[in-house]
Design a protein around this ligand. Sequence first.
Ligand SMILES: [Cu+2]
Length: 75
Amino acid sequence: MLNLGLKKKSLDVEGMTCHHCEMTVEKAVLEIPEVRSAKADQAKGKVEIQYKVDPDLAKIKEKIEAVGYRFISES
Ligand SMILES: [Cu+2]
């Protein structure tokens, strides 16, 4: 995948405890069309996303919480 020119955002997400959690959260945020890539790190409680067009944060929160995790903030 060509990621040139994409912007990055780091999301603070609570509740991930293993690799399965990371994959679940990544899959959830990738359902948002604007999100081109997602990489979750349960140890840090972060999810890094890449996008070209700014995704709606309310939608990100909704997707993450729909699969059982807690979106805290973006950083
Ligand atoms: Cu888990």
